[in-house]
Ligand binder design. Structure first.
Ligand code: 5GP
Length: 186
């Protein structure tokens, strides 16, 4: 029988460079698969259904919750996000290693249900730097930036429940650390 795959959960507030780190990680680690979540939020320009997310209606999402199809789910910024249990169980049973890129409430549900999942939190170099990065995007008004910062503080507080923390002050250094954590746990 094939060895079961390992489940990794990666979280980190917006503006922390999580997306870039993950992209780099997946390009050097061919044996890692990135899970595709369901969400009720609308696609952003360039996002594709079935690639970035499965974009579903609120009704569809609620139906899946009722039927117990989600391994974890959470509300974030007024939208719902969830990971289908079937997909995770099947991928791991096939011996494939899977990464979930999800927020903290969902990550803690995973830890409860799959205790040997490895939780990794990506930290900004400092809160000042995070604020600077979020403001540098120039895409949001003051209220939206404040909300994101408050959400980031709450998430960083939750990072104490994670197995590993990686500070992203230098992309190359953070990628090396992340790769070492993955190698150690596969
Ligand atoms: P975004 O809307 O920017 O793509 O994602 C917003 C937040 O939702 C991010 O923190 C992302 O990690 C999180 N997220 C994405 N998919 C899931 C999921 O399936 N479950 C949970 N709990 N969070 C998710």
């Amino acid at each position: 029988m094939a060895k079961k795959g390992k489940l990794f959960v990666i979280s980190g507030s917006s503006g922390v460079g999580k997306g870039t780190l993950l992209k780099e990680l997946l390009s050097v680690h061919a044996d890692l698969k990135l899970s595709i979540s369901c969400t009720t939020r609308l696609p952003r320009p360039g996002e594709k259904d079935g690639t970035n997310y499965f974009f579903v209606s609120k009704e569809e999402f609620e139906n899946s919750v009722k039927k117990g199809e989600f391994l974890e789910w959470a509300e974030f910024n007024g939208n719902f996000y969830g990971t289908k249990e079937n997909y995770v169980k099947k991928t791991l049973a096939e011996g494939k290693n899977l990464i979930l890129e999800i927020e903290t409430k969902g990550a803690l549900q995973i830890k409860e249900k799959i205790p040997d999942a490895v939780l990794i939190f990506i930290l900004p170099p400092s809160l000042e730097e995070l604020e600077h990065r979020l403001r540098g995007r120039n895409t949001e008004d003051e209220t939206a930036i404040r909300n994101r910062l408050n959400e980031a503080f709450r998430e960083i507080e939750c990072s104490k429940f994670y197995d590993y923390k990686v500070t992203n002050d230098d992309l190359k250094k953070a990628l090396t650390e992340l790769t070492e954590i993955i190698d150690k746990n596969i």
